[in-house]
Write a new protein. Structure first.
Length: 579
């Protein structure tokens, strides 16, 4: 049965990361063309403007390129921008000195410009090579070994053949001969991909699409439809209902295998980008929120206990303030790894905030979870969490525990656990506190259940690509997003629309981020509710102090993690709600 008739198909679009790098390289080419402009400027005012433009371009590349994996490009751009940093403080230079300095910097930065061009060419070739080599992969990649697939088909011979071949490749495969059996398996197991026969009896495969839509986790499963009818109406309907691919019978197995492998790899790559915290390597808040609902549904279905724990590292800000952010990052990584090593494979761990972690314990009561967390706390108290440069870092943590109540919402459940954490911190930290829905109701502040009005976020940066990446990070939340590509526009929006959060780049055309803050302070036009996060590509203490003195509420250095930006904004908004 190996030799089915082959059918041509269109290759799927590249991965999200591939597209982002491709788009960025196109924009980078335009920026490098500006830097390579051979025209010589004579007038001193134009000299300063040209020098500032070149500084801004270098500054922009330094901040964006490493986020997309081009670290060396970012390092070279940092050196290039440093050559032109003087252009923002020319008050002490005479006119002829400025012109001479410009000429000297042109010569000094020429080798760096050549390096930027070389890095650009290297990244372009790497992208082309990646594109050319991707379809040639034959063996099953190690990250796909053991992936669980569900084959839904009422043709016993074809179903058994596909299951046998796929198992030989290294997959775990379950089979279902009808829609009812498939739905039962989907509710009981976790799958990475489904192949679905469209024409089955007595029910068609279309019914499974409806089941997928209703479940917050399995709705994202890759779906490959197999059909004996080459009918365009079926193809269009399946894609509109959520299918990822459509294959017409008969087909060659090799083609189907390649499609399955490609879909799984793409899904894993997107899941990694969407659901993992890049600093610690564990899951992020987005994944955790989805799993809360999934596990709550499962606990209700099987009448099993389920417990949620929210953990916060005590006095973590002091680690950053005394030892710097690299030390803080190391502590977060090691703490995440320690928690993971103390949990079962079925427990779900995530970083849900800056120094906050969450754990879901399926099948465990709140009393059992309390014992587990106290054992972990005792271990953390007794040994250093990390060591660096002959210095040992010791921490403690506070934890709040709440068990699932089927009569409440998942949002309420999280709030109850958060309230328990609040009690742990208020009563001295370095402890584990367990509470219930009934106890939490006694909280004088109450548990807010009504939806708050949408918050407004302004993203002010002259780098269009970076603005888009930051905006995309917040689109999953009900925020109103505003954008500004220069200081003047940012100032106008801050005054007229009074956003709740402003993510403000230090270096922009026309008016810098510092000048925007200074004007807001001088004219008294800044709304009291607006909080400002200042972005900078220069890790300078002087800049940090200047920004904070001018009214910035937080400071972040480029390149940064988009997840960290999201966490910073969420924490600032949460702090406002808490006052």
């Amino acid at each position: 049965m190996d030799e089915f008739d082959s059918h041509d198909y269109v290759e799927a679009s590249p991965s999200l990361e591939f597209e982002s790098r491709q788009q960025y390289l196109e924009e980078l080419r335009q920026q490098l063309d500006v830097l390579n402009d051979p025209s010589i400027i004579i007038r001193s005012d134009e000299v300063i403007e040209r020098a500032r433009e070149w500084y801004r371009i270098g500054h922009t590349i330094k901040g964006t390129a490493p986020i997309l994996g081009m670290e060396r490009m970012g390092r070279v751009a940092e050196l290039f921008s440093q050559s032109w940093e003087w252009s923002y403080d020319t008050s002490s230079f005479a006119v002829d000195e400025v012109q001479n300095l410009f000429q000297d910097c042109c010569l000094a930065s020429a080798p760096l410009l050549q390096e930027l061009e070389m890095e650009f060419e290297i990244n372009c070739k790497a992208l082309l090579l990646e594109q050319e080599q991707a379809p040639r992969k034959q063996a099953l990649p190690s990250q796909l070994l053991g992936s669980r697939l569900l084959i839904v088909d009422d043709d016993r011979v074809l179903r058994s053949f596909l299951a046998r071949k796929l198992r030989l490749e290294g997959y775990n495969v379950d089979e279902a001969s009808n829609v009812e059996a498939a739905i039962k398996l989907l509710k009981e197991n976790d799958y990475q991909l489904i192949t679905l026969d469209l024409m089955m009896h007595p029910h068609s495969g279309y019914e499974i699409f409806e089941v997928l839509k209703e479940d917050p986790m399995i709705k994202w499963l890759p779906m490959l439809v197999l059909s004996g009818r080459n009918d365009m109406k079926d193809v269009v309907r399946c894609f509109r209902m959520g299918a990822d691919d459509f294959v017409t019978k008969p087909f060659r197995y090799e083609e189907l295998s390649a499609r399955i492998q490609r879909m799984l790899l793409r899904h894993k790559e997107l899941a990694l980008l969407a659901f993992n915290d890049p600093l610690t390597g564990i899951h992020n808040r987005r994944y955790f929120d989805l799993q809360l609902q999934v596990e709550a549904n499962r606990a209700q279905r099987y009448n099993e206990p389920l417990t949620l724990v929210i953990i916060d590292i005590d006095f973590f800000k002091e680690v950053n303030d005394r030892h710097g952010h690299p030390a803080g990052d190391l502590v977060l990584q090691k703490f995440g790894h320690l928690l993971q090593s103390c949990l079962r494979n079925t427990d779900i761990l995530a970083r849900v905030g800056g120094e906050e972690f969450g754990v879901i314990f399926p099948g465990i009561t709140d009393l059992e979870a309390e014992k587990i967390m106290n054992r972990i706390l005792q271990r953390v108290r007794s040994e250093s969490i990390a060591s660096h440069d002959n210095f040992d870092y010791f921490i403690t943590f506070s934890a709040g525990i709440a068990s699932w109540n089927t009569s409440k919402s998942v949002q309420n459940w999280f709030q109850v656990a958060d309230y328990a954490l609040y009690k742990a911190k208020r009563t001295g930290r370095n402890r584990v506190v367990r509470t219930s829905f009934g106890m939490a109701k006694k909280n004088p502040a109450g548990l807010e259940t009504q939806a708050e009005e949408s918050k407004t976020i302004l993203i002010a940066d002259d780098d269009r690509m970076l603005r888009k990446m930051i905006a995309d990070q917040f689109r999953k939340e009900p925020y109103k997003l505003l954008e500004a590509q220069d200081g003047e526009t940012a100032y106008r929006i801050l005054v007229e629309q009074q956003p709740d959060i402003c993510i403000l780049d230090c270096i922009m055309p026309g008016m810098s981020g510092f000048e925007v803050l200074e004007r807001l302070r001088t004219e008294g036009t800044r709304a009291s509710k607006t909080q400002v996060i200042l972005l900078s590509g220069r890790s300078s203490e002087e800049d940090v102090h200047k920004g904070l003195e001018l009214g910035a509420d937080a400071y972040m250095f480029k390149p940064f993690s988009l997840i960290d930006v999201e966490m910073k904004v969420s924490k600032m908004l949460l702090a406002v709600r808490g006052h």
